[in-house]
Ligand binder design. Structure first.
Ligand SMILES: *[C@@H]1O[C@H](CO)[C@@H](O)[C@H](O)[C@H]1NC(C)=O
Ligand SMILES: *[C@@H]1O[C@H](CO)[C@@H](O)[C@H](O)[C@H]1NC(C)=O
Ligand SMILES: *[C@@H]1O[C@H](CO)[C@@H](O)[C@H](O)[C@H]1NC(C)=O
Ligand SMILES: *[C@@H]1O[C@H](CO)[C@@H](O)[C@H](O)[C@H]1NC(C)=O
Length: 371
């Protein structure tokens, strides 16, 4: 698909908020830009293909109302460089504990890999053998994520082979991208930790936010039901608690996210923000350990999942809609609707939330805003 390479996070963000549509009049467009961008705090430089630099998202959005051909130019080094830091609010004890756990979940493993002298090229592939034709898979013991249970991630399907992915959210249900959807009756393959293949048929599927609407931005999620449960040698991914509406860690907090790509590599990027429907990652600093395990997401990576690693478990955040560092539709925004679809499709399961109770104090509830 073209989308992933062509559309980068800034456009994901704008488009999911409904700011850029060809049907809007310029007046509506500017009014919408004001309404949307005043709610954001994205103090980044954006470079346009018109040679101009836009110093914040509002300026860019207003320019987009006037010039529909405006696109970001990410080859310009001045792009997407944070130039204002918002007044740093001290982290709450909950945020400190949560962020620390998210960091350790991936950073400790990357550090250990480095100490063992394993290069990132050796440590990124999840499998050392992936023979889809002969159903022969061997997990790569040098992969930095080898000790994690990655069996919820599908490496192959009969619809488009190693593309489109598909990630289990229950023993019977998987999610993938709407703009790169997996056809009904396709075989979705999973592989146990010891390499045994578990093939299932996609019996039915349904996208979030119905059939109508415009485009797939902000609703790029399909929930599919399998013809039968996977065995317990295949796991499923949990999700964050549904109470969290917005997660926006300070710029100097580099929360690592594990994503896969079409080659089934375990890649790392920094979490950027989730707010309502949108979620996006950012490119790690070039001198950081995360950067050694970072790759830009390209055409064909769409639908692959991104996770926090918390308590040694995968917590699914979204599947790729856009390229570069990558972004997509925030699964949590559709938490209730995904549960409804799971009920409608049958199978008897709902989403499972990760328990963050150990980071809370006393009777404290999970906060709606994090960061
Ligand atoms: C949006 O922000 C600008 C600049 O901060 C301010 O002048 C304007 O009144 C705000 N508009 C709305 C609708 O909040
Ligand atoms: C993008 O930025 C690079 C580096 O500044 C520049 O050489 C190139 O001409 C720009 N491309 C467009 C389409 O503006
Ligand atoms: C799926 O396969 C069944 C059984 O062969 C068939 O009845 C049905 O039409 C197929 N559905 C689609 C969408 O191809
Ligand atoms: C984001 O979600 C909150 C809570 O549901 C809502 O109050 C707010 O209006 C939403 N913002 C946008 C831009 O949709």
């Amino acid at each position: 698909m073209l989308y992933i390479a062509a559309l980068l996070p800034v456009f994901l963000f704008l488009a999911t908020e409904g700011a850029v549509t060809t049907t809007q009049s310029p007046v509506d467009c500017h009014a919408h830009a004001v309404a949307v961008c005043n709610k954001t705090q994205l103090h980044l430089n954006y470079c346009g293909n018109d040679g101009k630099i836009y110093h914040d998202v509002c300026t860019l959005m207003h320019a987009l109302c006037e010039n529909h051909n405006l696109r970001p130019n990410y080859t310009n080094p001045a792009c997407r460089v944070a130039h204002v830091t918002t007044t740093a609010k001290p982290l709450t004890p909950f945020e400190q504990a949560l962020f620390s756990a998210i960091e350790h979940g991936i950073d400790d493993r990357l550090q250990k890999t480095k100490e063992l002298g394993i290069s990132s090229a050796q440590a990124k592939p999840i499998f050392s053998v992936q023979d889809h034709t002969h159903k022969h898979y061997v997990r790569n013991p040098k992969c930095w994520a080898y000790d994690l249970d990655l069996t919820s991630i599908s490496p192959w399907n009969s619809n488009l082979r190693n593309r489109k992915a598909g990630t289990l959210i229950s023993p019977r249900h998987a999610v993938w991208a709407r703009h790169y959807s997996i056809a009904t009756n396709s075989t979705l393959r999973f592989v146990t930790r010891d390499g045994t293949v578990v093939d299932r048929r996609v019996a039915a599927s349904r996208a979030v936010n119905g059939k109508g609407g415009h485009g797939f931005y902000g609703r790029d999620i399909v929930v599919g039901v399998l013809d039968q449960d996977v065995p317990d040698t295949i796991s499923f991914a949990k999700v964050m608690p549904h109470q969290i509406m917005k997660m926006y860690p300070p710029h100097d907090v580099h929360l690592p996210v594990l994503s896969t790509d079409q080659e089934e590599k375990a890649l790392v990027a920094d979490f950027f923000i989730f707010n309502n429907k949108s979620i996006s990652l950012r490119t790690p600093g070039t001198s950081s350990l995360h950067h050694d395990f970072y790759e830009s997401k390209i055409s064909g990576d769409s639908g692959n999942p991104s996770f926090f690693v918390l308590h040694d478990q995968l917590v699914l955040l979204f599947t790729f809609t856009t390229g570069g560092a990558g972004g997509g539709t925030n699964l949590l925004y559709y938490h209730d609707e995904i549960n409804q679809i799971m009920t409608q499709l049958g199978g008897g399961y709902q989403l499972t939330e990760i328990d963050l109770g150990s980071f809370l104090q006393g009777n404290q509830a999970v906060p709606a805003l994090v960061g």
